[in-house]
Design a protein around this ligand. Structure first.
Ligand code: AMP
Ligand code: GLY
Length: 451
């Protein structure tokens, strides 16, 4: 098969590396791709949100399958456009991608089908919203833009002043344009977070191995929120009991709810969960593979990713064998200096050649390009240095060893990826240390904007 993967980050690099292992795959293409991906797939300079341009490219290349990885093209309906031209696709249609595209939709879905999530109210009028937070008088409180906001649409407000400011900037000042003309105000939950990606064809849902993201920019969960500074898999808070409860109360009910709504979800459905003292609750759904979760989940997959994608398209997921390696996988993100706020691009990366790298480590490229045979930085998150090993400590040691061999001016990475996971022996929903950290964080930072 000839496959076109849409996107150009570390997640797409991980998808491509796994597809490349498949006996079914003859040729891989990627658009727009990046410097690292270009070594394994032919890349084309078409933007991931350019639906017409991407359809033209798929036709020109005569591909057999199109894999749409990022949220924006999915929410815009790229899968629908590809299907209309007869392409086999991986990814949800626009109707189903709304589960990520609209927080109001996802919250109402959960309410209607009794899927555990934070209590919430929806507002389009700032005065009404302000009246509500004043009446609730419970802080921190969580304010979210309804639509996609480049991952910046969530504000944790520590007090009334911050909440009022957030409401005004979202609804009245249209901070995120139409995406924030409707907002959700929800209850602040506490507990460790777990990411669970799943494969589903609408009839069967297969959770992948669990993972833990590290969203804040700095060590000790300090600094601004980012797209993710590192991940480990599996997540020790996701015990067998928690997994069972999630399957019964969250995963199956969500798949069934989408079917009942006439919005069958086919693709990767991502559950952002919080293990609260009252059990697991959904923080968010994503309609796609997570980034950098994919970089630690797919290396653990025992199975043929292309076969899985094809089976989902054919609604035969239950026929495919899917297993997971034992051990652990870790990914440390190396970011540009200044990320997630302001950063330079075009800086030369040293030490990236395959020689001299650590055995079993792999460097997924997130924001790089090749120029005169040199790798240059081209984004905020630059590399995802990944390794799997028998133990989490082993995976982390090797990932950090590989990180130490790579350098570029201004590079920054967290030194404590996996430390919380190493300390967590069992899922303790009353994990006091975690709660304390979270409270300290809010106290120190007040309102934060997800960057
Ligand atoms: P989201 O974009 O919905 O994943 O939110 C970004 C981050 O904000 C999450 O990963 C959580 O750390 C935090 N967050 C979102 N909703 C809540 C909530 N109801 N309670 C506490 N933290 C939250
Ligand atoms: N790592 C979080 C996400 O992909 O949304």
């Amino acid at each position: 098969m000839k496959i076109l993967v849409v996107g150009g980050g570390g997640r797409e690099h991980a998808i491509i590396m796994k597809l490349a292992e498949s006996k079914l795959v003859d040729k891989l293409y990627c658009a727009p791709g990046n410097g690292g991906i270009s070594k394994y797939a032919e890349c084309f300079d078409v933007s991931a949100t350019d639906i017409d341009g991407m359809v033209k490219l798929a036709k020109k290349l005569k591909v057999d399958m199109v894999v749409v990885a990022p949220d924006d093209p999915l929410v815009l309906g790229m899968v629908d456009a590809m299907r209309a031209e007869g392409f086999m696709t991986f990814g949800p249609t626009k109707d189903a991608a709304i589960i990520e595209g609209s927080k109001v939709f996802s919250k109402e879905l959960m309410k209607k089908y009794n899927i555990p999530t934070a209590e919430y109210e929806v507002f389009t009028d700032s005065e009404e919203a302000i009246k509500y937070v004043k009446k609730q008088n419970s802080y921190p409180t969580v304010i979210k833009a309804d639509g996609l906001a480049l991952g910046k649409g969530v504000i944790l407000a520590e007090n009334e002043e911050d909440a009022v400011a957030a409401i005004h900037s979202m609804i009245d000042d249209k901070q995120f344009g139409e995406s924030s003309s409707t907002i959700v105000i929800e209850e602040f939950l506490t507990g460790p977070e777990v990411s669970v990606l799943s494969f589903t064809d609408g009839k069967t849902i297969v959770p992948m191995i669990s993972s833990m993201d590290h969203k804040r920019a700095l060590d000790g969960d300090k600094g601004l929120n980012t797209g993710g500074m590192g991940t480990v898999s599996p997540n020790p808070y996701y015990t067998d009991d928690v997994a069972k409860e999630c399957m019964e109360k969250i995963f199956l009910p969500t798949m069934n709810a989408m079917n009942k709504e006439g919005r069958t979800f086919e693709g990767c459905l991502y559950f952002g969960l919080m293990i609260t003292p009252k059990g697991p609750k959904v923080i968010e759904y994503n309609c796609r593979f997570g980034d950098p979760e994919t970089q630690v989940v797919l290396p653990m997959l025992e199975g043929d990713l292309c076969e899985i994608f094809k089976a989902i398209y054919e609604h035969k997921l239950s026929d495919v064998k899917i297993g997971w390696k034992s051990g652990s996988c870790a990914c440390v993100v190396m970011a540009s200096g200044g990320y997630p706020v302001k950063y330079e691009k075009g800086i030369e990366i040293e030490g990236l050649d395959e020689k001299g790298q650590v055995e079993n480590a792999f460097v997924y490229h997130a924001g790089t390009k090749v120029s005169n045979d040199k790798f240059l930085t081209s984004g905020g998150r630059v590399l995802g240095v990944t390794c799997n090993a028998y133990t989490l400590q082993g995976a982390l040691d090797k990932s950090y060893e590989a990180v130490s061999k790579i350098s570029f001016k201004g590079a920054h990475f967290r030194k404590d990826i996996g430390q919380r996971a190493l300390k967590a022996k069992t899922a303790d929903p009353l994990d006091l240390e975690y709660k304390e950290d979270m409270e300290n964080y809010i106290e120190e930072n007040g309102v934060y904007l997800r960057q």
